[in-house]
Design a protein around this ligand. Structure first.
Ligand code: DON
Length: 298
């Protein structure tokens, strides 16, 4: 399956609007599948590390709801998909109030990050990392400070979105500190096995697959999985739901976290992206896997 998907990577382009991402190896392709009985199966360049980027948005969404409650979070960010790109500013101006359409686009994720508890950037980032450690069962995971800095210094669009929302009272607190927290959450470094285990925790309704301990309340895991289906692949979410038919969340580093409810967590990685910011070979690999093993949730 890996060798069938690999040639497609040649049609994509590694993200370079964050300078630190431009050095990624375009040839890397990996997949890991975490299942209850067989544990973790993997193939390809499984040792390759990459940053979570937008995949971090599902983790911060869960944490913000745990911290601030569902009502407060969804008073600031909507629940509807958008046909616009992930970094679009267009809808913010036409919506009254200026509430972003959903927590998976950049505007929505910036609001979500502002709702995480903590007095300082370090405290907030520490709490995000703790949740990542719990979900992956990998306490060695940290941040690529090089990529975080590279994004923070060039985040003009996210800075503009943030100031727009601050002006309209959707974001409270210091914009720069929130951007620093956001760029650090996006720069958490994982491999595809880590993604697969996070997927498995969500697949299990928020429970640790080994111990059964609740990491995320099940109603929050359900909300996160629903957003993965409706908005996880941005303005390609509809096509992905038809062709692959399982919840998934992509990131511009080329990672995709996916899952089959109750059954498995899946992590894939291949840096070249399509025009909508999703990994080309990663999507193909998930499509082949889903059709071969009949994984569709519909
Ligand atoms: O804010 C950004 O633009 C990036 N840190 C994350 C965007 C992203 O991963 C979109 N995903 N496909």
């Amino acid at each position: 399956m890996v060798s069938r998907a690999k040639p497609l990577a040649n049609e994509g382009k590694v993200a370079d609007y964050i300078p630190g991402l431009a050095n990624a190896n375009p040839e890397a392709l990996s997949i890991a599948i975490f299942q209850e009985d067989e544990k973790c199966l993997s193939a390809g360049d499984v040792e390759e590390k990459f940053t979570l980027q937008s995949i971090s948005k599902i983790i911060t969404l869960a944490l913000a709801i745990m911290d601030a409650g569902e009502e407060k979070v969804f008073s600031r960010v909507g629940m509807e998909p958008t046909g616009d790109p992930f970094n679009s500013i267009a809808k913010l101006e036409s919506m009254v109030p200026s509430k972003p359409l959903n927590p998976m686009i950049n505007a929505g994720a910036l609001v979500v990050t502002s709702l995480i508890s903590g007095e300082t950037v370090d405290e907030k980032v520490g709490r995000i990392l703790t949740l990542v450690h719990d979900m992956t069962n990998n306490p060695t995971i940290g941040i690529s400070h090089e990529i975080a800095r590279s994004e923070y210094e060039t985040s003009h669009l996210n800075r503009a979105l943030s100031h727009f929302m601050k002006q309209h009272g959707v974001i409270e607190g210091d914009v720069e500190q929130n951007l620093e927290t956001y760029t650090k959450q996006c720069s958490i470094e994982v491999d595809c096995k880590d993604l697969a285990r996070i997927g498995m925790v969500l697949a299990k309704g928020g429970k640790d697959p080994d111990t059964g301990r609740e990491i995320i309340p099940s109603y929050i895991a359900r909300i996160v999985k629903t957003f993965m289906v409706t908005c996880g692949m941005y303005n390609a979410s509809g096509e992905f739901a038809i062709k692959v038919a399982i919840p998934a969340k992509s990131g511009v580093s080329g990672g995709i976290l996916s899952l089959v409810p109750n059954e498995m967590g899946i992590g894939v990685f291949s840096p070249p992206l399509d025009q909508k910011g999703n990994s080309i070979a990663g999507v193909k690999l998930l499509e082949i896997l889903s059709s071969h093993f009949k994984l569709s949730i519909f």
